[in-house]
Design a protein. Structure first.
Length: 120
């Protein structure tokens, strides 16, 4: 379990990164739905309701299960659609560690997980 101060700092940094992405047209959600499958379904439904075409779909989100991982371990895997380079840059800009395979698929790991790192 990570400290309450580290939890708070992580949440603030992720919120700031999500705000940056929201300003670029992304749908952003934290602790959204019970699991990644349900969250992905709801994001897709939201796109359909808004009439957003497949090529214009942009979102970054994680579920309540992901939130528990974040608070326990200090990292979360975010699901996404859009531009991974843009998403990674927003996270790094906030001082978060990021692990992404560089491909246009797969979740992006975000948090404080690099060795010898402090939360400040």
């Amino acid at each position: 379990m990570i400290s309450a101060d580290t939890q708070r700092t992580l949440k603030q940094k992720i919120t700031a990164a999500f705000l940056t992405l929201r300003r670029k047209g992304y749908i952003t959600r934290q602790a959204f739905m019970c699991c990644g499958t349900c969250a992905s379904y709801e994001i897709d439904a939201l796109w359909r309701v808004k009439g957003i075409d497949d090529d214009d779909r942009k979102a970054v989100y994680f579920s309540r299960q992901g939130e528990l991982d974040l608070l326990r371990r200090g990292d979360v895997y975010v699901n996404w659609a859009g531009n991974s380079t843009e998403i990674v840059a927003a996270m790094i800009e906030q001082g978060l560690d990021v692990d992404h395979n560089g491909k246009e698929s797969g979740a992006i790991r975000v948090g404080f997980f690099a060795k010898n790192r402090s939360a400040a």
